[in-house]
Design a protein around this ligand. Structure first.
Ligand code: C5P
Length: 304
């Protein structure tokens, strides 16, 4: 095999409940991940050493050296398999960079799966999961896809039962937000308010609404403990959320650590209407519509 292409989806968090900081610097989460139809594509070919090339919006802001998560994925797997050399990795980016939609994690999951295929590793998706978890808290979900509840730092996944499809609008922001900075701001705001959070809690009503395919009920249960922190660092996001709510979005929230904002719609037409309202308000850089849930990272058939 000379080249393998894998696509991997973006995610939105339907619920992101954040506990207190742990001694290792992470936070325990109840993280309801939902994969949406916005994909990065990663192509790998055998090479003497690992290299990265990135095309697409925001590509300039992504490191192309050993700090790139996709490069780390290839290197880690090569070491594990005893493969000499590395992989030439080409990433076509569509997921907003540093946008709170797990774009970097999607690229890492895609590179891991693509390299496993390229090198004939014979590893199942389940066997790739621990390597994915070492790369980042959201990488296992990018492999799994669908809708799933992440515990621990987000890497301990339980697939959720979901009926129906969900229509989303994403408001793209100028620039990104650093995930560690948003978690740190969340801790700071809680400390300032004298709020000592308990362990992160599940939301049975959200899970029931997903099982019943009740989009309106899902919309009312969307929740993100990082939202106040993202708004504190980027106050203009309040106007973005308001613009989507004006078009009667079923729910509106900051996606993950932001700054992308996500809006749940009743139908594809409603999603287009919300997107038009967001663009007219000039509150954001642009919009993308997508549906969920969709499967996780998958090999794209054809000649790479
Ligand atoms: O796991 P990942 O490398 O994606 O995490 C990036 C950063 O986000 C961590 O270094 C940490 O600051 C923060 N984080 C956290 N708790 C989590 C996941 C991420 O504090 N459960």
């Amino acid at each position: 095999m000379t080249a393998v292409t894998v696509s991997a989806p973006a995610k939105v968090n339907l619920r992101l409940a954040v506990g207190p900081p742990r001694p290792d610097g992470y936070h325990d989460l109840v993280n309801v991940f939902h994969a949406v139809s916005l994909f990065d594509e990663v192509t790998v070919t055998a090479a003497g050493r690992t290299t990265i090339r990135i095309d697409g919006p925001g590509a300039d802001a992504v490191p192309t050296d050993g700090r790139n998560l996709a490069a780390m994925a290839a290197e880690r797997l090569a070491r594990r398999l005893g493969v000499p050399g590395g992989a030439a990795i080409r990433i076509r980016k569509r997921i907003p960079v540093a946008g709170g939609m797990a774009g970097g994690s999607a690229d890492a999951a895609a590179a891991l799966l693509a390299c496993a295929e390229l090198w004939g590793a014979g590893l199942s998706r389940a066997e790739l999961m621990p390597i994915a978890a070492e790369l980042g808290s959201d990488v296992p979900f990018s492999l799994l896809g669908g809708t799933a509840v992440g515990a621990g730092r987000g890497e301990l996944l339980t697939p959720a039962q979901v009926n129906g499809g969900y229509h989303w609008v994403f408001a793209l922001a100028h620039g990104g937000l650093s995930t560690p900075a948003v978690y740190a701001e969340c801790d700071r705001l809680r400390e300032e308010a004298g709020h000592r959070p308990g362990p992160p809690a599940h939301d049975d009503k959200l899970m029931a609404a997903l099982r019943e395919g009740d989009a309106a009920a899902v919309g009312t249960r969307l929740a993100n403990d990082l939202q106040d922190a993202a708004l504190s660092l980027r106050p203009e996001l309040a106007g973005v959320l308001a613009a989507g709510r004006e078009r009667a979005a079923l729910g509106a929230l900051v996606s993950g650590s932001g700054p992308t904002c996500a809006f749940l719609a009743e139908s594809p037409e409603h999603a287009d209407d919300i997107a038009a309202g967001l663009r007219a308000s000039a509150a954001c850089r642009g919009t993308v519509t997508a549906r969920g849930p969709v499967p996780g990272a998958a090999v794209v058939p054809g000649p790479g």
